[in-house]
Write a protein that binds this ligand. Structure first.
Ligand code: NAX
Length: 331
């Protein structure tokens, strides 16, 4: 059989962690033939809860799970990891300014960048989930200069999947027949879910979502705001933020990155901009990507209309502002 892969989950005592670790241990992230050693990191106040998660992992008797390391030491947690899923972060508390939350997270991501750089396996693939996800990933990159840009990404797959879900509901078609939506930009309320290139697989071939929905008004307004504000709707309903869907999206992100996207299908990932589609380089921005042999590449040559251009630039502008706030926290 295969050698086990070491998968780090930070913030593993939190609610996304609780949904995510059993998915990984059941092979939903790296496949049914891939043994796993889980590395779980959290902070001292959560250590008891983290040990509880470790106990439940043992009690689940997952055949693929070959070991669990549970620790509050970032250096130890990062030792030889092949995949790092960064879920741990400082939550926004009532009365806190955006800058204060940013400042807490910048210092966390600065430290964890150093731990990954020193201890992770070469070519470790990193996914930042914790908010502000794009900017945390950017800070991680800046403080881990030896980790290649291509190995540092952030999660926008949840937003991508939410867009697939809304189209599937609207057209009353199986979600697996909907493909090639795009989530552009920041994982925030300025994100732009775009269906201009999306299709549905039907008995008579692939049809454009624009044509099938045949309601430009809905696509340009309600669809976009529903996807953008879905996180808030979940909090309102559950009194807790999205966890199951976030964990599932993190599995999708890593699975497609490592094992490849199906032919003719792209997915959305927050990746280092190379200037594609006029998005400034030096930002972690969500693009449509295809993956092959463990490498993502941005889908090129899509036609961008004026409506999309404006929305893509607005979310880029917000990321430039976040980057400036993050940098001001470093002084
Ligand atoms: P929880 O508060 O339940 O869990 C966070 C965990 O991180 C806690 O156990 C905490 O002790 C731990 N932690 C704090 N500082 C840490 C550090 N320095 N090192 C290691 N662990 C640390 O939050 P949860 O609901 O699990 O959400 C986690 C993060 O995901 C949040 O930042 C949240 O905003 C973000 N999200 C991002 C999404 C995305 O699509 N990118 C969607 C879901 C989610 O909102």
């Amino acid at each position: 059989g295969k050698e086990p892969l070491r998968v780090l989950v930070t913030g593993a005592a939190g609610q996304i962690g609780y949904s995510l670790v059993p998915m990984i241990a059941k092979g939903m992230m790296l496949g049914q033939d891939q043994p796993i050693i889980l590395h779980l990191l959290d902070i001292e106040p959560a250590m008891e809860a983290l040990n509880g998660v470790k106990m439940e992992l043992i009690d689940s008797a997952f055949p693929l799970l070959k070991g669990v390391v549970a620790t509050t030491n970032a250096m130890e947690a990062c030792e030889d990891v092949d995949i790092a899923i960064m879920v741990g972060g400082y939550p926004r508390k009532e009365g806190m300014e955006r800058k204060d939350v940013m400042s807490e997270n910048v210092s966390i991501y600065k430290d964890q960048a150093a731990a990954l750089e020193m201890n992770a396996a070469p070519n470790c693939k990193i996914l930042v989930v914790a908010n502000p996800a794009n900017t945390n990933a950017l800070i991680l990159k800046e403080f881990a200069p030896s980790i290649p840009e291509k190995d540092i990404t952030c999660l926008t797959r949840l937003d991508h999947n939410r867009a697939l879900g809304q189209i599937s509901e609207k057209l009353n078609v199986d979600v697996s027949y909907v493909k090639n939506v795009i989530l552009w930009g920041n994982h925030s309320s300025t994100q732009y879910p775009d269906v201009n290139h999306a299709t549905v697989i039907t008995d008579s071939g692939e049809k454009s979502v624009n044509e099938l929905v045949a309601d430009d008004q809905w696509l340009k307004t309600e669809f976009i705001t529903t996807v953008q504000q879905r996180g808030a709707a979940i909090i309102k309903a559950r009194k807790l933020s999205s966890a199951m869907s976030a964990a599932s999206a993190a599995c999708d992100h890593i699975r497609d990155w490592v094992l490849g996207t199906p032919k003719g299908t792209w997915v959305s990932m927050g990746v280092y901009s190379d200037g594609s589609y006029g998005i400034p380089s030096g930002l972690i921005y969500s693009f449509p990507v295809t993956c092959e042999k463990g490498e993502w590449s941005i889908v090129q040559g899509l036609k961008i209309d004026e409506f999309s251009r404006e929305k893509m630039d607005a979310t880029a502008k917000e990321l430039i502002e976040e980057k400036a706030i993050a940098h001001s926290c470093l002084n």
